[in-house]
Design a protein around this ligand. Structure first.
Ligand code: SAH
Ligand code: SF4
Length: 375
């Protein structure tokens, strides 16, 4: 029997595994709590688990987290970790503390196959899907590390640090569906991180059939990256639009709503100078959304040279937001967080593969993790 990484399982999967070892399914709950609530990776430390069970676990399983390559802390408190995925691949996770919450932005793939024109992860191409262990491993690592680091007289050792998770790092989560779902279930489980569905967000470029499946399997908050209101422009920015055009995507959003943890979705729109940021684009967007219950997030583009694109001017973004607000949509403009440490979705991950270019990349691929400016 090969050794299983227990971070690969949600509670059901862990119960199946326990059964295979000849143990009762309910034993999984205790084990799952040790792993995710206590952050313990050594079976010998799981003191209230029967010795005979621990013995079996030692020979058939392990709990293996991610290998950290680097950690950077921004002046605003944002922290970014780069993790080694082997074979020259790396991914990142970004911790964003705010007054009333702390969000962890995590990755779902090394690279991305969608290839959006304005996204440097997309420009890197696709390397591989992350396993469930690698997806949840980002939360497991950061949550328990920060619990230990932030522990103080008025903060207990087991007090939760991360209150929100957004799947907005590298990769298209809905193109890694099979591995994503057990990770989401672990985020939500009361025996693990106990996050409410509203505090876990999947962001997608619009993989329509998987939006439908997510509604059935694990309906968390959904953010849809729209970026354009007509198919021609959207296909040129987000190539997956060719396969799942706007009409189908908006219909999928409508169909998701009854399952969504809140009565609205988030629409993301990256503001590209002269490409999709004019008043007529705002009007077309308002019309195309057709009163879809949603909150629109305008994201000022974070430039990198290979894109050939520029960030919209602040007054252009403001005007765009006003037009949408006027049309009845709640609209927010994202504020940059962690720009001094390049805390961008996938921005540094190529550094490991191509060190020669790292300095240029560091200079050019600025910013990202952002904060809603008026939330
Ligand atoms: N693949 C998913 C989630 C990861 S990208 C998706 O596309 O939704 C997370 C968000 O970052 C998306 O809304 C994406 O459009 C945005 N983004 C990607 N590159 C960007 C850039 N260079 N500047 C600003 N936002 C960017
Ligand atoms: Fe992939 Fe999202 Fe980047 Fe598009 S924006 S290339 S879907 S990570």
């Amino acid at each position: 029997m090969t050794s299983a990484n227990l971070l690969d399982f949600d509670l059901d999967g862990l119960a199946d595994f326990c059964e295979k070892l000849g143990e009762k399914r309910f034993r999984a709950t205790q084990l799952y709590r040790w792993i995710h609530q206590r952050g313990v990776s050594n079976f010998d430390d799981m003191t209230d688990i029967a010795k005979s069970f621990r013995e079996k676990l030692r020979t058939s399983a392990h709990i293996k987290g991610l290998k950290v390559l680097s950690r950077h802390t921004s002046a605003d408190g944002t922290i970014k970790w780069l993790f080694d995925m082997g074979a020259g691949d790396a991914i990142e996770a970004v911790y964003i503390p705010e007054d009333d919450r702390a969000t962890l932005c995590i990755s779902s793939q090394a690279g991305c196959a969608v290839g959006c024109r304005f996204c440097s992860t997309g420009h890197q191409g696709f390397s591989r899907n992350l396993t469930t262990a690698e997806i949840i491993g980002q939360l497991w690592y950061v949550e328990h590390l920060l619990r230990a680091e932030l522990q103080s007289d008025d903060r207990k050792a087991d007090e939760r640090v991360i209150s929100n998770v957004v799947m907005m790092g590298m990769g298209e989560p809905l193109q890694n569906y099979t591995n994503l779902i057990p990770a989401l279930k672990t985020m939500l489980s009361d025996h693990a991180y106990g996050l409410s569905r509203r505090r876990v967000t999947v962001s997608t470029s619009g993989v329509v059939p998987m939006i439908e499946r997510l509604a059935q399997d694990c309906p968390v908050s959904l953010a849809v990256s729209i970026h354009a209101a007509n198919d021609k422009l959207r296909t040129s920015l987000v190539p997956i639009n060719q396969k799942y055009p706007l009409k189908e995507l908006i219909a999928a959003c409508q169909a998701y709503l009854p399952y969504a943890p809140r009565d609205f979705l988030t629409i993301e729109y990256c503001m590209l100078d002269g490409v999709n940021d004019q008043p007529e684009h705002a009007r077309a967007l308002a019309q195309m959304l057709n009163a879809l219950p949603c909150k629109i997030n305008l994201i000022p583009f974070n430039p990198f040279p290979a894109s050939g694109l520029k960030r919209s001017a602040p007054e252009v973004v403001k005007k765009f937001a006003q037009l949408l607000t006027g049309a009845g949509y709640i609209t927010t403009i994202r504020k940059t967080r962690g720009d001094d440490i390049d805390a961008a979705c996938g921005q540094l991950a190529g550094e490991v593969q191509d060190r020669t270019d790292a300095v240029t990349r560091m200079q050019d691929r600025r910013t990202i993790m952002m904060k809603e400016s008026n939330e």
